[in-house]
Ligand binder design. Structure first.
Ligand code: NI
Length: 272
């Protein structure tokens, strides 16, 4: 965990300058003795930049602050999460599948979609599911300043609270991307950052069977499964494959003895 409020992009910029200067020193033979120090620093700079970037984009890394991506538990528990909705008719279809099997899930909604379909938010809550904040415009938070990040979060919390009576206390950054400033802003807004441990790239619609197969192949006790009932703010791609895959995933996991819980419930199960 880093305590600096430096943006990832600033750190990468700084590293790029260090790498260029080091290479120049190496080329000019200024830092060449006794070993090629310039070249060594340049290689180190590239490696550090790579590690900093991986930590901003990989869902299970804690370098910029604590995120939740799965539970360490010996119990056969699993959490389904759906991003980017509400998005008719698919959000309703997902809710129908969950209702048929009496399964709770967690929906990370986009603020501007939520503003359009508050009745879907109310249905999500009325049917026992959890709501999370997925920003207002589904923007990469690494590209916004602190004020912009806070605005994305607050606006979405307001829309959710207006629809269901209370704001969520969990959020998922678009694409999972975060850095020190994003994490610090979430701590200030008292939002837990939720990532995932099982993704199937359902957002590119590879086929319901493929989505289900990829998901089932990775699920273990305490997994948090990422699926999409929406399509960002574009709302262009259909999500019927995800709806069909959800049905397969639930039935297969129920047959294997898994119990489905919300993100809040699976967070409590961490045995550490
Ligand atoms: Ni998303």
């Amino acid at each position: 965990m880093v305590d600096t409020n430096m943006r990832l992009i600033s750190m990468l910029g700084l590293l790029t300058i260090i790498v260029i200067i080091s290479l120049l020193f190496d080329y000019l033979r200024i830092l060449k003795r006794p070993v090629r120090l310039g070249l060594g620093v340049a290689v180190l700079g590239i490696v550090v930049g790579f590690i900093l970037t991986l930590n901003a984009v990989l869902p299970a890394n804690h370098f910029y602050g604590p995120v939740f991506s799965e539970s360490r538990t010996s119990q056969k528990l699993v959490a389904l999460t759906f991003d980017d909705g509400p998005y008719p008719p698919y959000t309703g279809q997902v809710l129908d599948v969950l209702k048929e099997r009496n399964i709770p899930a967690t929906f990370f909604v986009i603020g501007q979609n939520a503003a359009k379909y508050p009745e879907l938010l109310r249905r999500i809550v009325a049917e026992g599911h959890q709501l999370g904040n997925h920003t207002y415009n589904h923007v990469d938070l690494l590209k916004l300043d602190r004020q912009g990040i806070i605005a994305e979060i607050e606006k979405t919390n307001q829309v959710i609270a207006a629809a269901v009576g209370y704001p969520p206390h969990v959020m998922r950054p678009p694409h999972g991307f975060r850095d020190a400033v994003v994490m610090d802003a979430m701590a200030e807004k008292k939002l837990k950052v939720i990532e995932w441990s099982v993704a199937s790239r359902d957002w590119v619609n590879p086929g319901a069977e493929v989505i289900a197969e990829r998901t089932l192949g990775k699920v273990q006790n305490g997994s948090v499964i990422l699926l999409h009932d929406g399509d960002g703010i574009a709302a262009a791609l259909p999500r019927e494959q995800t709806v069909a895959a959800t049905r397969i995933i639930i039935d297969k996991l129920l047959a294997q003895g898994y119990t489905f819980v919300t993100v809040d419930e699976i967070r409590k199960m961490s045995e550490e």
